[in-house]
Design a protein around this ligand. Sequence first.
Ligand SMILES: [Zn+2]
Length: 290
Amino acid sequence: MPRHNPYAFATRTAESFVKDELNITALGIDPISIAKQHDILVEAMDDCEDGVSGMLIHAYGKFAIAYATHIKSEGFQNFSVAHELGHYFLPGHIDAVLPPGTSCHQSRAGFVSDDRYEQEADHFAAGLLMPSFLFKPVMVRLGESLDAAQELAALCGTSLTATAIRLQELTDEAVAVIQCSTNRIEFCCMSERMLALRPRRWPKKGDRVPPGTGASYLMADPERVLASERKSRETDGMTWFGGLEDVELFEESIGLGRFGRTLTILTTVDDLADELEDDDCDDGWNRRSR
Ligand SMILES: [Zn+2]
């Protein structure tokens, strides 16, 4: 049984919108042109408050989207615009984020906010740019490696982080995705199949990055992160999960350039058929630690 994701409806809303209303049949979905089709003005912002990814503005009876450009990544900017479209299209959002008397909502997109409306808009953005009916067939062909995530990110016009999160959501394989910043874990999300292996510990937000890992090596020198250096190794589950010592894992880490973080993808080396128990893991864990 898949674990309940309270925000799945937002992703599904975007997917049906792409499929049934926009009739889009290929990846590379352009959120700016979707906004324009709906008479929403879209503008780049030169500078904005720290951490703000974009804004939804309502003035003189018209809607506009402004998106941040301090992170020079097309993927980040596309996701920021798609997030604002989430506020525009999801039921109840306009009333919630633009209550009477306000004309501007500031967003923090990219799965960094715990706010319900921000989370819903992020899930909408993921479904809009990476709808499962287009994403999954390509993912099945490319696999779950870091190379595959990079190729999918290029196809979707999305950031590597957003793409890797989507990949672990949709894959049938055992995959964990971990983002770290200044030697601390920011989040770890695991696929259903990885959870079914029952890792002993969930790497949590704020935990120290374990020594000896690729992420720890890259973080030791900011130049490595800036240069998008990569580090790969074979390991077992002990380092990240304090268990699964019998499961051989392949760990691939990369510096995320000016974003200043590292992204790690863990996959299993061997077929897992024997490792999995018949019953699903049902300990109430959500798929993602924050
Ligand atoms: Zn927002």
